[in-house]
Design a protein around this ligand. Structure first.
Ligand code: XMP
Length: 526
């Protein structure tokens, strides 16, 4: 196992993902994890990540006392990246100072030795472009360390102490802007750390199926709320492989779904995945509660509360039918959501935690006392898609754009029950998405959708003056939904979509395109 100790860098997850991409199993623990949980993972390599702190700050995060002795005794190779390098230097008796000139962004570094563990044997000093982001620099190295690369400004860029098996890079090898970064990381893990790259997602799948079997007893039942998204579907499919028809899934149609969504996802669940899914049509219940409400936060709260009510009723019905209430709840929680709150397997801490309000079903009430089954909680989104492929989830389904929990309620501005807004929006959205698919652009866009505007504008259609609603279109590119750029369609494409919508969708006479990135805007309009 490669353990990444997280000192708060925005790239920590990326280090873990890059290592897994090399077929090596890697987990992440927060820097303040107990020494016991670090030892319990039995790592063969430990990476100290970057972070926003300065090692001189009061209370700056550090490694536990005795960390380097423990690493030496257990022959664990240690690599510090950025803040991690500075921590190594400080803890082992060197000196770190605020740099005279800071180094941010693309920088050139040059090796200083013909032969080093980090860069291998070289004919002559070589240059490479790397990505840096630091304000402090190592000015005096601890005993036994050598500088093996320097930046073009002459600052320390890489250090090593082969006899101690401790190494440091002042730049970020995990980001793609560091052109040889992945190669250096690979050399460190394989040649220095002695790791064999043999981790496979198929093994993860087998392990998770076994784990679910051992968690859910032979007389126990599990429930799962399917949203139609990739994560809940893959999680349910794994649990279904493990416990078969003791899993009961429920798909709630709250009237806020996209065009023909219920029919489409139910067909996939049934025909492709053979999942036992009950479809609960709760349209009237949800829309009744949303009538007259236009505040976005109130709408979200109402939807969350109704969802819980429907799910509770589903459990109660099952209890009557089975003579026993389901004790387990399956969720498609992913690794980035749990890194802080949930230690990895083998770290010596309990994995089961009861449901918390931030969980994606919207916070089920504590009195439901369900134990969580989260077979994806060690995986990143791209790995879940690959796992989905292994489970024969159809590829169009795995590539679906994300869809928000509160559904079209956050895409109809204001009261969703007015003016046939939901049906109008569904049609406009379907036309937009179909045009994107026909143009072959669906997979390069992170998310695309239409928004129903509450304003009416004047138009002229069939020689008649109209006073109708406007539709906004939004399409973005993004890595994770945290930041996003608007998608640059060509104008011919936009013109075609606009005329198709105005010509087909009753009650719409104007289409606008959203050209705002995130930040300053969010992805959704509410
Ligand atoms: P924002 O609008 O916050 O969206 O920039 C970022 C990503 O999150 C999705 N989103 C939600 N997903 N429940 C969800 O499950 C929600 O309440 C919610 N709000 C936004 C959004 O579609 C985008 O992918």
């Amino acid at each position: 196992v490669v353990l990444v100790l997280d000192f708060g860098s925005q790239y920590t997850h990326l280090i873990t993902r890059r290592i897994r991409g090399l077929s090596i199993v890697s987990f992440c623990l927060p820097a303040n994890a107990s020494f016991d949980s670090i030892k319990a993972l039995n790592p063969s390599v430990i990476i100290l990540s970057g972070g926003p702190h300065s090692v001189h700050e009061e209370g700056a995060p550090s490694v536990p006392d005795g960390f380097f002795e423990y690493a030496r005794e257990n022959k664990i190779a240690v690599l510090g990246i950025c803040y991690g390098l500075q921590l190594i230097v400080k803890v082992l008796g060197g000196e770190v100072k605020q740099a005279a000139s800071q180094e941010y962004g693309r920088m050139l570094i040059k090796t200083t030795e013909k032969s080093s563990k980090l860069y291998g044997d070289l004919e002559e000093p070589t240059e490479q472009q790397v990505w840096m982001s630091h304000g402090d620099e190592a000015v005096k190295l601890p005993e036994g360390f050598t500088v093996v690369a320097r930046s073009s400004q002459g600052n320390v860029a890489a250090i090593e102490n082969a006899s101690m098996n401790v190494y440091g890079l002042q730049y970020h090898p995990e980001v793609t802007h560091s052109e040889l970064g992945l190669e250096t990381l690979k050399r460190f893990l394989l040649d220095i750390g002695g790791i064999s790259p043999d981790w496979k997602l198929q093994d993860v799948l087998t392990e998770q199926i076994e784990l679910v079997k051992s968690m859910v007893g032979p007389d126990d039942y599990a429930i799962c709320a399917l949203s139609g998204g990739v994560d809940s579907t893959v999680a349910a499919t794994i649990v279904h492989r493990a416990i078969g028809d003791r899993l009961f899934c429920c798909f709630v149609d709250n009237g806020l779904m996209r065009y023909k969504e219920q029919e489409r996802v139910m067909e996939t669940f049934k025909s492709d995945l053979h999942l036992p899914v009950t479809c609960v049509d709760a349209t009237e219940q949800f829309l009744g509660k949303l009538k007259g409400v236009s505040d976005p936060e109130k709408k979200r709260k109402i939807i969350g509360a109704e969802f819980i009510a429907v799910f509770d009723e589903f459990s109660t019905k099952l209890e009557k039918q089975l003579g026993k209430r389901p004790a387990f709840l399956v969720q498609g929680t992913l690794y980035p959501d749990v890194i802080e709150s949930c230690p990895p397997p083998g770290s010596g801490k309990s994995h089961s935690h009861t449901i918390k309000s931030h969980h994606n079903v919207g916070g089920l009430p504590a009195e439901m006392k369900l134990k969580l089954v989260e077979p994806l909680k060690w995986l990143f989104k791209d790995e879940v898609r690959k796992l989905g492929e292994l489970l024969d989830v159809p590829s169009y389904f795995l590539k679906r754009h994300p869809f928000p929990g509160p559904g079209l309620a956050v895409r109809v501005m204001g009261d969703v029950t007015l003016d046939n807004a939901l049906d109008t929006l569904r049609l406009a959205d379907e036309i937009f998405i179909n045009c994107i698919k026909e143009a072959g652009l669906y997979d390069e866009i992170w998310q695309a959708f239409a928004v129903y505007l509450p304003v009416k504008t004047v138009g002229v259609q069939g020689d008649k003056r109209t006073h109708s609603h406007a539709i906004a279109l939004r399409a973005i590119t993004s890595q994770d939904g945290m930041t996003a750029d608007w998608y640059h369609f060509n104008t011919k494409f936009l013109a075609e979509v606009s005329s198709k919508i105005c010509n087909t969708v009753r009650g719409i006479n104007r289409v606008v395109y959203d050209i705002t990135s995130k930040p300053p805007a969010t992805v959704e309009w509410e």
